[in-house]
Ligand binder design. Structure first.
Ligand SMILES: Nc1ncnc2c1ncn2[C@@H]1O[C@H](COP(=O)(O)OP(=O)(O)O)[C@@H](O)[C@H]1O
Ligand SMILES: CC(C)(COP(=O)(O)O)[C@@H](O)C(=O)NCCC(=O)O
Ligand SMILES: [K+]
Length: 259
């Protein structure tokens, strides 16, 4: 069985893949100082709680935070006796090489989203991932990552207002009832929510115009559903897209690495 680990700047998600389906998905905050033993204590408690019989033989990691990879490697080695595949490392093959400026280190999460979305939908896609940052990944006709857009994340935008302005409170994102807010919280939610609707629509329209082609828009990340409920911004919303991409890259490496 495969343990797929997606480590973002805010949260780290573990999913167990039995070759056909995900048996469970576990989430913890990302913290570079968490040790291999601490990961295992957390992991084994939850796996037991859910009554899952997991015989992990392989581990694949995608991390936007380079410092956490060391402890995750030790975790894989110590508790599952395996050397993990780490997306973005030269020894981890990708189905298609990214077409970007020489020397650019593309976020591994974006490479994984690209592989997952191409496997499900074929080429000419825009993948929108609502994480700490909101990323737009352009997937070419052959499944290569061809660049994209990085915008401040929804919660990061709200947090920035709170951090920079003495009178603005910490606010959770929600769809405001009206555009014109009649209290501070409603005004902030309106600015970020409707501003974001505009941001997503404008960026996708411009990407399509720049490439002069129709493109399917696939969204992922917990906050995508909040926007999709209100406005038809995306053609598809797939919560498990990054995890699916990890299984695709894992399978590709198994099939293409000489043993
Ligand atoms: N369903 C959700 N509803 C509200 N906030 C969410 C949801 N899913 C994630 N978040 C928040 O969105 C932000 C980004 O989280 P996440 O998607 O895990 O980012 P990353 O992949 O960068 O770690 C965090 O502040 C997280 O708490
Ligand atoms: C843009 C990101 C910070 C998004 O990370 P996330 O929101 O998933 O935590 C990450 O993909 C990253 O660090 N990228 C490196 C630069 C690039 O992709 O071009
Ligand atoms: K992201």
């Amino acid at each position: 069985m495969l343990l797929a680990i997606d480590c973002g700047n805010t949260n780290t998600v573990f999913s167990i893949w039995d070759g056909e389906k995900f048996l469970c998905t576990l989430r913890t905050s990302t913290h570079h100082a968490r040790t291999a033993d601490a990961y295992f204590t957390w992991y084994s408690t939850l796996v037991k709680h859910y009554g899952i019989e997991a015989d992990i033989t392989d581990v694949i990691i995608s991390s936007t935070v380079p410092r956490v990879v060391f402890n995750l490697r030790v975790f894989a080695d110590r508790f599952f006796g395996c050397r993990p595949m780490v997306v973005g490392k030269p020894e981890c093959l990708l189905p298609q090489a990214p077409r970007v400026d020489a020397g650019t280190q593309v976020g591994p999460d974006r490479l994984v989203n690209t592989a997952g979305a191409f496997d499900r939908h074929g080429g000419n896609l825009i993948v929108v991932d609502f994480g700490t940052a909101t990323t737009f990944d352009v997937v070419g006709h052959d499944g290569a990552y061809e660049g994209g857009v990085i915008a401040p994340g929804v919660n990061l935008s709200l947090e920035a207002l709170h951090m920079a302005a003495a009178a603005l409170p910490h606010v959770d994102i929600a769809k405001p009832q009206r555009v014109v807010g009649t209290n501070t919280v409603a005004c902030m939610q309106s600015g970020v929510f409707w501003g974001y609707v505009g941001l997503v629509r404008e960026i996708c329209t411009r990407i399509k115009a720049e490439r002069d082609q129709q493109m399917m828009i696939v969204a992922t990340g917990g906050l995508a559903s909040l926007f999709q409920q209100t406005e038809a911004l995306f053609d598809a919303f797939e919560e498990d897209l990054t995890m699916h991409g990890l299984t695709v890259i894992h399978r590709y490496n198994k099939e293409n690495t000489p043993r």
